[in-house]
Ligand binder design. Structure first.
Ligand code: NDP
Ligand code: MG
Length: 386
């Protein structure tokens, strides 16, 4: 029996790499559902190649185009936000890979969990916004959440075979991004072209900017808390510019386990999709002789404020991380549209955190309202500045 995967965000960086994994292992995986927002051409091409039962194009204006292109295949086409959410509930889905970007991942993930589908989670924003809700729902519905993010996959791989051995702490590695070692004076004038040039990974625009500001590492600290049930003081971050050691776990006897390899997201994607089994691959192998020095540095929290902010909101709990996530999404978009500078991203987050009402025990509708209020506030703040 093939494992039937629904890929949410199939036209993105993670989505297309997941399809490469499926293409290389056609006896093991099948595609049940593909979804995208705007990239109708690629979605059509993917649907013709992988023959899912259902596809969803988020942008309703593109429905006719996708529907016409797929009319001679037995593929059901839907469009719009509600279809993006409900499509995960179909009976013949075994696993949902959440590879869309941003807050938009939250509701489809909730629906998938409630429908009892295992999750391969790339969309870290879902756990950042509502980690408590998502992990408790997963427990209640006996659903597994397998990490796709490379650092969390590394931790997950280090935990294999450890049974109930407690984690003393984890160490998340960070490449440091394109501006490692730079000061605030330098960062004040950097362009989006510079920020989009990640040294080691090729990824979507939003996560690439998050990597440059170290917000990505901050989001990953929060993601790790929820995935592995840790306290803030059990989560360390270390800068490792070569991105060979993908993260580490320290146990109570002092032993540290690391997971290593050349940077390639297909490995964590296939580990999540086929856990607990490892799939044979032809990915290029790491060779120690090619990397005679793997180096490690302390992250610069004064220059890269967003990582410090993430630790603060982790301690604070409630809807604080939801505020940070929404403010960051708006600020990154504004930076990509040349409306604010690089350092302005942190300013938008800090001011949003100060202004938006804190809620200690948020419900789902509190998260929805917090997200909306923060987006409105952050957008207005940027408008005023422009
Ligand atoms: P991309 O920007 O490359 O792809 C995003 C995908 O989501 C596209 O298919 C896009 O559709 C779709 N999408 C965008 N907005 C919406 C929306 N509002 N509703 C529904 N679908 C939408 O992102 P990445 O693949 O880089 O990242 C995806 C997620 O995985 C992010 O949460 C990221 O943090 C995480 N991640 C990514 C890594 C990577 O290496 N790329 C590594 C670790 C985690 P379309 O293009 O058709 O508009
Ligand atoms: Mg990562």
């Amino acid at each position: 029996m093939k494992k039937r995967i629904a890929i949410l965000g199939s036209t993105g960086s993670i989505g297309t790499q997941a399809l490469e994994v499926i293409d290389a292992n056609p006896d093991i995986f099948g595609v049940a559902v593909l979804t995208a927002r705007d990239n109708a051409d690629l979605l059509i091409q993917q649907a013709i190649q992988f023959r899912p039962k259902e596809v969803v194009i988020g942008n309703e204006k593109l429905f006719d185009k996708v529907d016409a292109a797929l009319s001679s295949y037995s593929i059901q086409v839907y469009s719009g936000d509600s279809a993006l959410v409900s499509v995960v509930e179909a009976e013949d889905i075994d696993m949902v890979l959440t590879a869309m970007v941003g807050y938009a991942g939250l509701l489809p993930t909730i629906h998938a969990i409630k429908a009892g589908k295992d999750i391969a989670l790339a969309n870290k924003e879902t756990l950042v916004v509502a980690g408590e809700l998502i992990t408790s729902l997963a427990k209640q519905h006996e659903v597994n959440i397998y990490p796709v993010d490379s650092e969390h996959s590394a931790i997950f791989q280090c935990l294999a075979g450890e049974g109930d051995n407690p984690i003393e702490k984890i160490i998340l590695t960070a490449s440091g991004g394109p501006f490692r070692g730079k000061d605030r004076a330098f960062l004040a004038d950097v362009t989006k072209q510079q920020a989009l040039k990640h040294p080691n990974w090729s990824m979507g625009a939003k996560i690439t900017i998050d990597s440059a500001t170290l917000m990505n590492k901050g989001l990953e600290v929060i993601e790790a808390k929820w995935l592995f049930d840790l306290r803030a003081e059990q989560i360390d971050v270390i800068v490792h510019p070569q991105s060979i050691v993908h993260s580490l776990v320290q146990f109570e006897d002092g032993s540290i386990k690391a997971q290593m390899g050349l940077p390639d997201m297909k490995l964590p994607i296939q580990y999540a999709m086929h856990y607990p089994f490892r799939l044979k691959s032809s990915f290029p192998r790491f060779n120690f002789i090619d990397y005679p020095s793997l180096t490690f540095e302390k992250p610069d929290l004064d220059t890269f404020q967003n990582l410090a902010i993430a630790y603060q909101v982790l301690e604070k709990g409630g809807n604080a991380a939801c505020i940070v996530n929404a403010a960051n999404e708006i600020a990154v978009e504004a930076f990509l549209q040349d409306k604010i500078g690089f350092l302005g991203i942190s300013d938008v987050i800090v001011e949003s955190l100060a202004k938006i009402e804190y809620i200690g025990n948020p419900t789902y509708s509190d998260y929805v309202q917090t997200n909306e209020a923060t987006r409105r506030f952050a957008s207005e703040m940027i408008q005023v500045k422009v």
